[in-house]
Design a binder for this molecule. Structure first.
Ligand code: ADP
Ligand code: ZN
Length: 722
C-alpha cells in the first residue's frame, strides 16, 4: 500500500489543501485520480507519493481510479506550486493551466492505437502471399509499427497474419511514437549573414534570455525556425508563442511545411477533441514543438531546448483571468529549469524588456535591415486639422486619396487601419447632448450600420436604434466619430469598382473567420483591407504597397501610461505591412497632432530615439519599469456590498501601506475608469510601489477575506487599466 497526497480539482480556498489517500498500486506524482470526497467523488492530482500517512486508518479512503500515466510532469508540478504561491490562487486553479480544458470536463476520450509486431513463431506464409511476406520482412527490420499504417501499406495481410498467430496486435494508449526520425524536417532556406550571426549568438550565449530586436521584414521568423530545428536535432523540444494564432495562417503553414507532424498547434479554433489530441501528442513525445498563444507556455514538454516569444511586446501575453500570470515569467522559469534558451522577438520591444537587454541582463541581437536590403516604407504624416479647414469632413485626406488611387491603378493592394469597429463611435442627441449608453456597462454605445443597431463593445448587448432622444424627445440624432463600417461605406462611394474586405471583431466570428478574410486578401480577391489592429499583426502580403493609418491619435490619447509606447508599436507594426516584396511601400499617417514626437519617432523608425525619450519620461514620472503598478479590483453587482468589501480591502491594504510607506509612490481607492461592466460595479485600490517585496503583503491583505457576492483580484502592471 502506498499513500498519495492529493489536491482535489475544486478551485476553492476551503479545499485548497493536501488530502491523503491510499492506493493499491504505485501511482506517480502528477497523475490524475478519481477519489471519494465528502459524499461524492471528484478528480484530483497526486502531488506526492509516500510510504506512511498520519491519517487515522478509519478516515483513510482509497483512490477509485488513476490514469496510467502522469498528466503533469515533475517540472510542471513544481511550476504549478510556484504559480499558486506567487499569485495567491488555489493550487487546483494553477494545475488546470497545464491541462486542456476538455480533459477536465471529460468531453474527450483518450486515444488508443493498435501496434503490430511479429510473434515468436515459425509460421511462414505461402510464397504466393506476397503481401504477407513483405509485411513480415518489413516488421523483422522495423520491430513494431502502427497497425493502421501497416494496413495502408499491406492491406488485409495484417489481419491474415494476426489470425495465423504470426502477428501480435496490441492496443495501447498513444503515449509515444518512437518510430519517427527528425530527418523529416525540410531543409531551411539559406540564411543571410545577419540571420546566421543571430542564430550563432543564441546558440553560444550563456545567457538564458536573448532579445532579437529586428525591424519588420528583417527575417526574424527564419531565425526562430532555425533555432527550433536545432533543438529538435539535439533531441530536445521547443515552444513557439505567438500573440494570436488565428491571425497568422502563413506562419502556421510555414511551420507545417517545415516540421510536419513534429509540430502540435494549440489553437482556440480547434475542436475539443483536436485540441486534446494535440496535447496528447506533445505529452507522449510524438510532437515536440508546441505552437500557440500564451497558454501554450504550459505545454506538456520535457527537455525544452528553446522557447520563442514572438512579438514579445504584445498585451496578450498577460493573462486576464486568475491566475493573472505573465507569460514571460513562466517561460523564464521553464527555460531555467530545462537549461534551455528563451528568445524574445520584436520590432518594437517593450521598454521594460529593452532596458533589461541594454543593461546586459538579457542578450541583445539587432537586425536593423530588411531582407535583401529592401527599404523600409516611407511614412508621410498628414495634418488632419488642415483637411477640416479645407472643408473635407471625410475620414480620408486628399493625400491619402491620391496615394490610394495610385496604388489601385498600379494593381497593388492597400491596408487601411482604424482602431474602432462599428459605424460611428457614439450616438448623441444634438438637441440636449444625451449619449446612448449600455444599461449594464458604463460605456457609450456604438452604432452598427449593417444590423442597424447599437452595440455595447464591453458586453456585446444590442439595442434598437433610437428614433428620438429618450431624454428630450428631439429627433436630431447625430453620429460622432468614424468606425470601420463607415470607412468601408465611404470607400464604396468613392471607388465603386474597388473590392473591399473588412476585418474586425464583427466580421471574424466563427472558427475560420480571420483565416477566410486573410486568405482572400492574400489571393488578391480584394484590393483594400480595412480593419482594426487585427490587420497590424505579422502578416506578410507581398502586394501591399500602401498602408493608411486613419486616426493615429486614438491610441495616443488613451489614458494609460503605456499609450505612447502602444502608439509607437502600433504605427511601426502597421507600417511594417507595407512594401514587403519588390516594390517599395509607403504609409500615410493621418493625425490631428502632427508634431507629436512619438509619431515622429515612428515615422523615422527610430526605436532608439523613442526609447530614450520614453525612459526619460517614465523616470521623471516614476512609472514602470521604475515602479510597479498594482491594482486591486473589487467588483460586484450590488453596489452596497461592493463598497462594503472595498472598505475591508482598503483598510487591510492601508496597514501594509503604513508599515512600508517608503515603498509606495501612490496609494488610493477610487472608481475604476469604467464604472460598471456587465452589471458589475467596479472599484479599485490603485498603488504604485518601488519595491516588489511588499507584493506578497499586498496579495495577502487584498485576498485575506472572501466575499460572497464580490470578487476581489490583484493585477500587476495591468495591460488594460479601464
Ligand atoms: P519578420 O518576422 O522579421 O517581420 P519575416 O520573417 O516575415 O520578417 O521575413 C520577411 C520576408 O523575408 C519574408 O517574406 C521571408 O520569407 C523572407 N525571408 C526571410 N529570410 C530569408 C532568407 N534568408 N532569404 C530570403 N528570404 C528570406
Ligand atoms: Zn454593455
Amino acid at each position: 500500500m502506498v499513500y498519495c497526497e492529493v489536491i482535489v480539482d475544486i478551485a476553492h480556498s476551503d479545499v485548497d489543501k493536501i488530502f491523503d489517500y491510499a492506493a493499491d498500486c504505485p501511482v506517480e506524482a502528477g497523475t490524475r485520480v478519481t477519489v471519494p470526497f465528502g459524499k461524492s467523488t471528484t478528480t484530483g492530482f497526486v502531488m506526492r507519493v509516500k510510504d506512511t500517512t498520519d491519517c487515522p486508518p478509519d478516515k483513510l479512503k482509497k483512490i477509485y481510479r488513476a490514469d496510467d500515466y502522469p498528466a503533469i510532469n515533475a517540472e510542471c508540478l513544481s511550476l504549478a506550486k510556484k504559480i499558486a504561491a506567487r499569485y495567491r490562487c488555489p493550487l487546483a486553479l494553477s494545475l488546470r493551466l497545464f491541462l486542456p480544458a476538455e480533459m477536465r470536463t471529460g468531453r474527450v476520450a483518450e486515444s488508443y492505437r493498435t501496434y503490430a509486431r511479429l510473434a515468436d513463431t515459425d509460421y511462414i506464409p505461402s510464397p504466393r502471399a506476397k503481401a504477407q511476406l513483405a509485411l513480415m520482412e518489413y516488421l523483422s527490420e522495423k520491430g513494431e509499427e502502427d497497425a493502421a499504417r501497416l494496413r495502408e501499406k499491406f492491406g488485409s495481410a495484417v489481419n491474415a497474419l494476426a489470425e495465423k498467430g504470426a502477428l501480435i496486435l496490441e492496443k495501447r494508449r498513444v503515449l509515444r511514437d518512437p518510430y519517427k526520425s527528425v530527418t523529416e524536417i525540410k531543409k531551411e532556406r539559406v540564411l543571410t549573414p545577419a540571420q546566421e550571426t543571430a542564430v550563432k549568438t543564441v546558440l553560444e550565449t550563456d545567457k538564458t534570455v536573448t532579445l532579437l530586436h529586428g525591424v519588420t521584414g528583417s527575417g526574424k521568423t527564419e531565425v526562430y525556425l532555425t533555432l527550433i530545428a536545432k533543438a529538435l536535432e539535439e533531441g530536445k523540444t521547443a515552444i513557439f508563442l505567438v500573440p494570436e494564432i488565428s491571425l497568422t495562417p502563413q506562419m502556421l503553414s510555414q511551420l507545417r511545411a517545415r516540421f510536419g507532424e513534429w509540430a502540435a498547434i494549440l489553437h482556440s479554433g480547434l475542436s475539443a477533441g483536436e485540441r486534446f489530441d494535440e496535447w496528447q501528442r506533445l505529452r507522449s513525445g510524438e510532437a515536440r514543438i508546441a505552437i500557440g498563444a500564451r497558454s501554450a507556455v504550459f505545454a506538456p514538454l520535457e527537455n525544452i531546448g528553446i522557447i520563442v516569444i514572438d512579438e514579445e511586446h504584445d498585451g496578450s501575453y498577460s493573462s486576464e483571468s486568475s491566475p493573472r500570470y505573465n507569460t514571460f515569467d513562466i517561460a523564464l522559469l521553464r527555460a531555467q529549469h530545462n537549461r534551455g534558451k528563451l528568445l524574445l522577438g520584436s520590432a518594437t520591444p517593450s521598454v521594460e524588456t529593452y532596458r533589461r537587454a541594454r543593461d546586459g541582463e538579457f542578450g541583445l541581437i539587432t537586425l536593423p535591415d530588411r531582407i535583401n536590403a529592401r527599404p523600409m516604407p516611407t511614412v508621410e504624416i498628414v495634418d488632419m486639422r488642415r483637411e477640416v479647414k479645407r472643408g473635407n469632413p471625410s475620414p480620408f485626406s486628399a493625400r491619402l486619396r491620391e496615394r490610394l488611387e495610385a496604388c489601385l491603378e498600379s494593381g497593388n493592394q492597400a491596408i487601411l487601419f482604424l482602431n474602432r469597429r462599428g459605424y460611428s463611435q457614439t450616438v448623441i442627441c444634438r438637441d440636449c447632448g444625451f449619449v446612448a449608453k449600455c444599461k449594464d456597462c458604463d460605456v457609450a454605445l456604438t452604432y452598427h450600420s449593417e444590423e442597424d443597431c447599437l452595440k455595447c463593445h464591453y458586453c456585446g448587448t444590442r439595442y434598437k436604434m433610437l428614433p428620438a432622444c429618450p431624454d428630450c424627445g428631439g429627433v436630431h440624432i447625430g453620429y460622432v466619430g468614424t468606425g470601420t463600417q463607415k470607412v468601408v461605406s465611404e470607400l464604396k462611394k468613392l471607388y465603386p469598382a474597388a473590392r473591399i474586405l473588412r476585418m474586425d471583431v464583427d466580421t471574424t466570428s466563427g472558427k475560420e473567420g480571420h483565416y477566410k478574410i486573410l486568405s482572400r486578401f492574400a489571393k488578391r480577391e480584394a484590393d483594400i483591407l480595412v480593419g482594426t489592429q487585427m490587420v497590424a499583426k505579422g502578416h506578410d502580403f507581398p502586394f501591399v504597397t500602401l498602408v493608411g493609418i486613419l486616426d493615429a491619435d486614438m491610441s495616443l490619447h488613451f489614458p494609460d501610461y503605456r499609450s505612447n509606447e502602444r502608439t509607437f508599436q502600433l504605427v511601426s507594426q502597421v507600417a511594417g505591412r507595407s512594401g514587403r516584396a519588390e516594390e517599395t511601400g509607403e504609409v500615410v499617417l493621418q493625425t490631428y497632432d502632427p508634431e507629436n514626437y512619438i509619431l515622429r519617432f515612428a515615422k523615422d523608425y527610430d526605436y532608439g530615439g523613442f526609447y530614450e525619450h520614453e525612459m526619460t519620461m517614465r523616470a521623471a514620472t516614476m512609472f514602470p519599469p521604475f515602479a510597479k503598478i498594482v491594482r486591486v479590483m473589487v467588483t460586484g453587482e450590488d453596489e452596497k456590498e461592493t463598497l462594503e468589501a472595498l472598505k475591508g480591502v482598503y483598510t487591510r491594504l492601508q496597514t501594509v501601506y503604513c508599515a512600508h510607506a517608503d515603498d509606495f509612490l501612490f496609494f488610493n481607492r477610487m472608481h475604476a475608469p469604467v464604472k460598471r461592466i456587465q452589471k458589475k460595479f467596479r472599484y479599485q485600490v490603485l498603488m504604485r510601489i518601488t519595491d516588489t517585496k511588499v507584493l506578497k503583503e499586498i496579495y495577502d491583505a487584498a485576498l485575506a477575506e472572501k466575499y460572497k457576492n464580490v470578487l476581489v483580484y490583484v493585477e500587476e502592471n495591468p495591460s488594460n487599466l479601464s
